[in-house]
Design a protein. Structure first.
Length: 369
């Protein structure tokens, strides 16, 4: 077991303020890609400025990605100026979220008001798939902004600081986005047993990970591809008055602590218990908030039951997790790929909308293009 080091220097917001004055370019363009991630211990409940009520940990994905090009042109007017294009089409519906993001991050990237921006973005997964694009989208945009800051600054930024700043900014756009910059396992939220963990940024999981967990697959079963029934902002807010909130936050932190041993020893049975328990706890929170929601669909439950049956009959280590919706993430180690893929195609795909699912694997995070 790792030893907790209490002397670890705490990260502060101050570290992410710009260090030098800028030399403004007239115009330019940068591009970045960033993946989605799937939480094993869930973030559900926040306070202050996008700070999590409990620590969370996720597998970074590799196939479900956003690619963003951010072009900038010098302007003299005040305020923010930007246009957003999704797959080449102007997308005004994204503007309020980005406006809010810019307001939150302006003090950390003050060149935001000096330029008129064009944000051109595309996802490798279908927009209508019901997969949250906020984690990949916000982290890709944040990394672009850090790249621009580097272009304008006279002082070199270390790669580590650049990645941390991108995660810091991404968090202010969407909490889970802070976990997409790196991989394969990223922790976000201060946890007393995880050295270097912080409420401000996602950090790579720092301890031993058994080979049993080093090449996982995530097949995302698209059960319901419509608009989200409850936005995550509304969901997180419902945790403020939630009767079980305190216990839930303690449970998540406890689960993360248990995972430290699981990752070290390679205990897949315990991994399954924690990961499936987390998914069901997240949904239990929604079912017991005021107002309450049931985000699973009949097919979500059908799939869960089939996974349990398959595991019982075959001894497989396949398990599921859920986001705040009806889709099911099926997690399994790569040596089981053949058997589980067959099972998914034959037995689970019929419960997906139009039989659709996305095969993904654990990946390494965002990069500049
Ligand atoms: C259920 O990161 O989408 O996916 O910070 O309001 O943008 P905001 O919320 P968001 O919440 C994600 C919640 C979750 C669990 C998780 O990814 O940890």
């Amino acid at each position: 077991m790792p030893i907790f080091v209490s002397e670890f220097a705490e990260m502060t917001e101050h570290q992410f303020l710009p260090k030098t004055s800028y030399t403004f370019l007239e115009s330019g363009s940068v591009a970045a890609q960033s993946p989605s991630n799937i939480a094993l211990v869930k973030y559900w409940g926040k306070y202050g400025e996008q700070l999590p009520k409990n620590a969370s940990v996720s597998f970074t994905l590799s196939q479900c990605r956003t690619e963003t090009t951010l072009s900038f042109e010098r302007k003299q007017s005040e305020g923010f100026e930007f246009e957003v294009y999704l797959e080449g089409k102007k997308e005004d519906a994204f503007k309020p979220k980005i406006q809010k993001f810019f307001e939150r991050i302006e003090r950390y990237v003050p060149f935001l008001t000096a330029y008129s921006f064009t944000i051109e973005t595309k996802n490798t997964f279908p927009h209508s798939s019901g997969i949250a694009s906020s984690a990949s989208g916000m982290s890709a945009l944040a990394l672009c902004l850090v790249a621009i800051e580097q272009l304008l600054s006279s002082e070199e930024m270390t790669t580590q600081h650049g990645t941390e700043k991108a995660s810091f900014l991404a968090r202010l756009g969407s909490g889970s986005a802070s976990r997409s910059l790196q991989g394969p396992l990223v922790v976000w939220g201060k946890h007393s047993r995880i050295e270097g963990s912080s409420d401000l940024v996602g950090t790579p999981y720092p301890y031993a990970v058994h080979s049993n967990f080093q090449s996982y697959h995530d097949t995302i079963l698209l059960v319901d591809t419509g608009e989200k029934q409850v936005s995550s902002t509304v969901g997180h807010n419902l945790m403020h008055e939630h009767p079980f909130a305190t216990l839930r936050f303690a449970q998540a932190n406890e689960h993360l602590e248990q995972l430290i041993t699981v990752f070290e020893t390679g205990d897949r049975a315990q991994f399954i218990t924690i990961v499936e328990g987390e998914a069901l706890s997240l949904h239990a929170m929604m079912m017991t908030s005021n107002p309450y929601f049931v985000l699973m669909k009949p097919n979500t439950l059908e799939i869960i039951n089939r996974i349990w049956k398959f595991r019982k009959e075959t001894g497989s280590s396949v398990c599921f997790t859920l986001d705040a919706g009806a889709n099911v993430h099926v997690l399994y180690p790569s040596e089981e790929k053949e058997g589980v893929s067959k099972f998914i195609r034959k037995e689970l795909a019929p419960f997906c909308k139009d039989g659709a699912f996305i095969d993904d694997t654990v990946g390494t995070g965002a990069s500049l293009l």
